[in-house]
Ligand binder design. Structure first.
Ligand SMILES: C[S@@+](CC[C@H](N)C(=O)[O-])C[C@H]1O[C@@H](n2cnc3c(N)ncnc32)[C@H](O)[C@@H]1O
Length: 229
């Protein structure tokens, strides 16, 4: 992490670094493919110079192993995507997959999204932000670790252009209720649901790895979509 990083760091992290094995393929990608498909976080990111076209720019936070984000990028060549993830194996896997598919509309940031939004992304530049199945931190004493908190969503809103969207999905009802309460209370956000609650699962959202796991465990799924005024 750069020395220029903001001194007002959020001290409680929304993740724990997983010690999971990094395969040879993932390590090779981490060592060799960042110059091509990665984005450095040692300075402000010049979003408009990242991609060859001027299509919409959508950031996904916490892409896990990256399959659903890769699917988004393949299915929507007119859009540009930036994925942010801290998990080494996931970053390596996605870098390798981007290389196989030779995608020019998907870039990867290997860092803490909270810091990236604070320090590297310019206000009013993004068309959308998607966060699929953020860690629910289901024990009450761990709720402070949840990524979706008022201060973080207010930060996201600053980075969106007017009319930009935030799309969050979770398979944990109590977290869905928390997200709904946080986002409904932010004056700059309009809930896409006319009832100010949840929306039907958008057909465009690919099934994610965690969603499949939740489905096997009998969990429900809650999608929330908000627009910046
Ligand atoms: C429960 S997993 C979901 C992964 C994927 N979206 C899916 O649905 O399969 C949550 C992911 O968010 C990542 N994450 C949590 N906090 C993060 C942060 N502050 N910055 C970047 N990634 C984060 C974790 O490393 C983890 O891979």
């Amino acid at each position: 992490m750069s020395e220029n990083k903001s001194t007002h760091l959020r001290t409680i992290k929304s993740f724990v670094k997983r010690a999971g094995r990094v395969t040879e393929r993932q390590q090779h990608a981490l060592d060799n493919l960042k110059p091509m498909y990665g984005v450095e976080t040692n300075k402000t990111i010049d979003i408009n110079k990242l991609f060859a076209n001027n299509g919409a720019i959508i950031v996904e936070v916490g892409f896990g192993m990256g399959q659903s984000l890769l699917t988004c990028a393949v299915n929507n060549p007119q859009h540009n995507y930036i994925g942010i993830e801290v998990h080494e194996a996931g970053v390596g896997a996605l870098l390798a997959d981007i290389d196989v598919s030779q995608l020019s509309n998907l870039k990867v940031i290997h860092d803490d999204a909270v810091q990236v939004f604070k320090d590297n992304i310019v206000d009013d530049t993004l068309d959308g932000i998607q966060i699929f199945f953020p860690d629910p931190w289901h024990k009450k004493r761990h709720h402070k670790r949840r990524l979706i908190q008022t201060a973080f969503v207010e930060l996201l809103v600053k980075k969106l252009k007017a009319g930009g969207f935030i799309h969050i999905a979770t398979d944990w009802e109590n977290y869905a209720e928390h997200i709904l309460m946080v986002c409904n209370a932010i004056p700059h956000l309009i809930n896409q649901s006319s009832q100010n609650t949840y929306v039907p699962r958008p057909a465009s959202r690919p099934m994610t790895k965690y969603e499949k796991r939740g489905e096997r465990l009998g969990h429900g799924v809650w999608d929330l979509v908000f627009y910046k005024k």
